[in-house]
Design a protein around this ligand. Structure first.
Ligand code: HAS
Length: 545
């Protein structure tokens, strides 16, 4: 990778790791405040720090890391021209300006609306304009990525698109189609209301448009982790990709079933016909198929690689995986976290069970297992080789060891915190709630022990963040100069050739759009025609803002 390219990709990484530190600190404060052990100094609101936590980690850290990593990943296979690089920089600056605008409004206490910015909570218009810019910046990145593949295809007629380019293209198509929903909501409904041009807002419609975007958002986080699981992990363990076609198929299925499923976040929402909820829940369950295909393919890679190395006993291949290589260990533990995380997701999506856990802190436990453990541990795993690769340094045995310690700290902290969240959620503990004794009820008394456990887990996690930021500084500025490989695997030699129809983009986009129209047209029309009169703004009780 040339110096020019490395500088571009690293810029995204700087923002990602600064966000990790700020967002993580806010997470620690959350757990301490909720345990009743800390009162925020005057002027800082509970919902203010919760908004910083969600926006900075859920939207900023993830988007910057993903776009930066994807640029490196796609360029590795199809290259990047000078002109494309210029537009990639444009995407970076637009995203950064948007982030600064959004962050400023939250820090000034003018946008304590949480990362979901549900109406009738109302933020300062600059908050929404900033978020819109982050999205526009990411669209520019998507257009550059598509243009990269398009230019390569023109030079290689008849050849199948390289797997990394295929994967990035799918993720950016999903992101583009999904973020159209939130763009419409912000531009046509929320911003005019926030600017004072309209007196009320259609709450049901804005929430629906948010979740039309919000669920694919979680797969936008997950797919880069899958990119690493499918194509990087095999190389790190000394093996090959089990099946190029299977990997492509699972990405295509995730594209189909990520978007027309947002109602599973709105199962308790009045105003949506149960039949449409049922249809979207059915489509949600389909997502399990590509996920289990991924699990199967990973274990196939592990076993085939081990057996090729001569480990013949039943589990010899498993024992001999490179457990002391943090580039493998961190993502592997991420995969393990996905088992309870995914099982929790199936519970959430089941209508009757959803009514037990909805709006409880169980949900917070679920997404800390999925995004903050599975995805983030994989992103850390990527950082251990990507950062030194870009900065021309070496992942030394000493930094590798620190990385292993970091992985275990993260695992312990997250296990304690998310287990406590799940149990407290089953006992009815609410999510998104400041510390309260709830009038001294027995039930609230039961919750406090789990809150304390979360504060312990949160503290351990924050130590993990400090260590990770230290590792980032080491790998970026201090580690000895050297060459670190970009570990991209090849396909197994005896794999069936990938059929050409995988590159039929019109077909994949056509099916995706058809599924969306099927799942959303009628209920959205119903919301536009029959929603109750819009709602005036809601503000938090004094002291919570
Ligand atoms: Fe979720 C809420 C349903 C996956 C993130 N989810 C959230 C929220 C976030 C989030 C952030 O249906 C909160 C939103 C908010 O603020 O309100 N989720 C699902 C379902 C899945 C799922 C069905 N979620 C994710 C992923 C996320 C994520 C991935 C982030 C990256 N989720 C829900 C629902 C809600 C929800 C409801 C709303 C709840 C409510 O009422 O508010 C599925 O994708 C899960 C499929 C996964 C599996 C697991 C397969 C396991 C694998 C591991 C491989 C392991 C290996 C190792 C190879 C079926 C692939 C094995 C080794 C051995 C030794 C055994």
């Amino acid at each position: 990778i040339s110096k020019k390219d490395a500088k571009l990709y690293m810029s995204f990484m700087y923002v990602a790791f600064i966000s990790l530190f700020i967002g993580g600190l806010m997470g620690l404060l959350q757990t301490l405040v909720r345990s009743g052990k800390l009162t925020l100094p005057a002027g800082i609101g509970y919902y203010q720090i919760l908004t910083v936590h969600g926006v900075i980690l859920g939207l900023v850290l993830t988007t910057f890391f993903i776009i930066g990593f994807q640029f490196s990943f796609i360029s590795k296979s199809v290259g990047i021209s000078n002109k494309q690089r210029k537009y990639a920089w444009l995407s970076f600056w637009v995203m950064l300006i948007g982030t600064i605008m959004t962050a400023t409004t939250i820090l000034l206490g003018k946008a304590s609306v949480l990362y979901t910015f549900y109406t009738p909570l109302k933020a300062h218009p600059v908050f929404y304009i900033g978020l819109a810019l982050v999205i526009v910046g990411s669209w520019i990145a998507g257009f550059v990525n598509w243009h990269q593949l398009y230019s390569w295809k023109k030079q290689h007629p008849g050849e199948k698109s390289p797997l990394p380019a295929f994967m990035v293209t799918i993720n950016m198509i999903m992101w583009f189609i999904a973020s159209l929903g939130v763009a419409v909501s912000v531009l046509f409904l929320i911003l005019p209301w926030s600017l004072g041009y309209t007196a009320t807002v259609n709450v049901l419609l804005t929430r629906t448009l948010f979740w039309y975007f919000g669920h694919p958002l979680v797969y936008f986080w997950l797919l880069p982790a899958y990119m690493a699981w499918y194509t990087i992990i095999p190389k790190i363990i000394g093996g090959k990709i089990f099946s190029d076609s299977l990997a492509r198929m699972s990405f295509i299925l995730l594209l189909f079933f990520s978007i027309p499923v947002g109602f599973h976040h709105q199962l308790t929402e009045p105003g949506i016909e149960p039949m449409w909820k049922f249809i979207q829940v059915t489509l949600t369950m389909m997502v399990v198929i590509p996920t289990l295909m991924t699990a199967f393919s990973l274990f196939a890679t592990f076993e085939i690689t081990g057996r090729k190395k001569g480990y013949t006993s039943l589990f010899g291949w498993f024992k001999k995986l490179p457990w002391k290589d943090v580039r493998f260990l961190a993502p592997f533990i991420g995969m393990l976290f996905f088992i309870p995380g995914g099982a929790g997701g199936i519970i959430n999506a089941s209508h009757q069970l959803n009514s037990v856990i909805h709006n409880t802190i169980w949900v917070t436990g679920h997404f800390h297992l999925t995004v903050a453990a599975s995805v983030l541990l994989t992103f850390f795993g990527i950082s251990y080789w990507l950062l030194p690769h870009l900065t021309g340094r070496k992942l030394t045995p000493q930094i590798n060891k620190l990385g292993i310690i970091q992985t275990y700290i993260w695992t312990i902290g997250m296990t304690i915190m998310s287990t406590a969240m799940h149990i407290q959620g089953l006992l009815g503990g609410p999510r998104r709630s400041n510390f309260s004794e709830y009038g001294g009820t027995d039930q609230a008394h039961e919750w406090i022990w789990y809150q304390l456990a979360q504060a312990v887990g949160g503290t351990i996690l924050f130590i993990g963040i400090i260590l990770m930021v230290y590792i980032f500084i080491k790998l970026t500025f201090l580690a000895p100069k050297g060459i670190e490989e970009y570990p991209l695997a090849e396909e197994e030699v005896d794999a069936q050739p990938t059929p050409a129809w995988f590159d039929n983009w019109k077909l994949w986009i056509g099916i995706t759009v058809a599924l969306i129209l099927f799942a959303y047209s009628m209920p959205v029309m119903d919301m536009i025609q029959n929603s109750p009169p819009g709602s005036p703004p809601f503000t938090w009780p004094i002291g919570n803002n």
